[in-house]
Write a protein that binds this ligand. Structure first.
Ligand SMILES: Cc1cc2nc3c(=O)[nH]c(=O)nc-3n(C[C@H](O)[C@H](O)[C@H](O)COP(=O)(O)OP(=O)(O)OC[C@H]3O[C@@H](n4cnc5c(N)ncnc54)[C@H](O)[C@@H]3O)c2cc1C
Ligand code: FES
Length: 259
């Protein structure tokens, strides 16, 4: 089920340069959300008709609180950064499929987040902690320089920074190699080059790997085909190698998609 709601802003704060944490009071969306899903956030400016997709960072089903973390990329996200407590925001969600948390059972798990792909890994981290079924969970986080959301993970965090200011100098794979980490299942969200490298690594090592993809979106509900990615299998109905990231994704098994 997805819902359209006018959510109230409970809190907003800048947690890094141009990176904002926004906590909203929802009626249904937080209750229904699973890790890896996203919401479509509408602008209050009528000149920006299309909603902006933002991943769910945390969802508390009991209180209805929904946390989004976003980076200012253009005018839509700049407008959201100026919201204040008490303001109202038009939302649709939860959208997309989400990460299959049950695949972690008895496994050594990596939660890999790169940059603004880190927020959705937090809800997955919390759900895996509650389930208690994984053999181990390690968050492998890649930053350009400034770190954010580190304290929100309950699992052990391994860090890579491009400038070497913290953790391993380099990318997330440099960090796992340096630490000699092993995984049976990888869940990841981040920039395409990082996802591509993880896909190749997982294939080489025989690891099950779930990737959350990003693409520009228009409708967010499967109708416009603006968000397709290349899939390895042909779609039964259309006979093309495409999948819609907004509905069949954003999370895909790495071997099901081309990057
Ligand atoms: C499923 C999904 C989840 C996302 N989750 C988050 C999140 O948790 N936090 C976050 O900060 N951002 C997230 N994004 C990206 C976010 O949607 C875009 O940054 C936002 O729509 C830009 O809107 P804007 O009006 O500020 O910028 P625009 O003026 O629309 O665009 C500014 C720049 O951002 C690029 N851009 C626009 N849309 C996207 C997009 N969908 N993906 C990548 N680049 C884009 C444009 O090419 C342009 O270079 C997510 C995107 C998707 C598809
Ligand atoms: S955004 Fe319209 S089909 Fe995905």
């Amino acid at each position: 089920m997805k819902y359209r709601e006018q959510a109230a802003v409970l809190n907003i704060e800048e947690i890094g340069k141009d990176i904002f944490s926004l906590v909203l009071q929802t009626r249904q969306i937080a209750q229904e959300a699973v890790p890896g899903q996203f919401v479509s956030v509408y602008s209050n400016d009528r000149s920006r008709l299309l909603p902006r997709p933002i991943s769910i960072c945390e969802a508390d089903g009991e209180s209805g609180c929904l946390r989004l973390v976003f980076r200012i990329a253009g005018e839509g996200t700049r407008e959201f950064s100026r919201l204040e407590p008490g303001d109202r925001v038009d939302l649709v969600g939860p959208l997309g499929n989400g990460f299959p948390a049950e695949r972690a059972e008895g496994k050594r798990v990596w939660l890999v987040g790169g940059g603004i792909g880190i927020p959705p890994m937090i809800q997955l981290d919390h759900v895996l902690e509650e389930m208690g079924a994984a053999a181990s969970v390690t968050a492998v986080l890649g930053y350009r320089d400034e770190q954010f959301l580190l304290d929100d993970f309950t699992s052990e965090c391994v860090i890579a920074t491009e400038d070497g200011s913290a953790g391993t100098k380099g990318n997330v794979l440099d960090a796992v190699r340096e630490r000699g980490l092993k995984a049976d299942v990888i869940y990841a969200c981040g920039p395409t080059p990082m996802l591509r490298a993880l896909k190749a690594y997982a294939l080489q090592e025989g690891i099950e790997c779930w990737l959350s993809l990003e693409e520009k979106m228009a409708c967010g509900i499967g109708a416009c085909l603006s968000c397709v990615c290349r899939s390895t299998e042909k779609d039964e109905h259309s006979q093309v190698n495409n999948k819609r990231i907004c509905t069949e994704g954003p999370v895909f098994l790495s071997t099901d998609i081309e990057l």
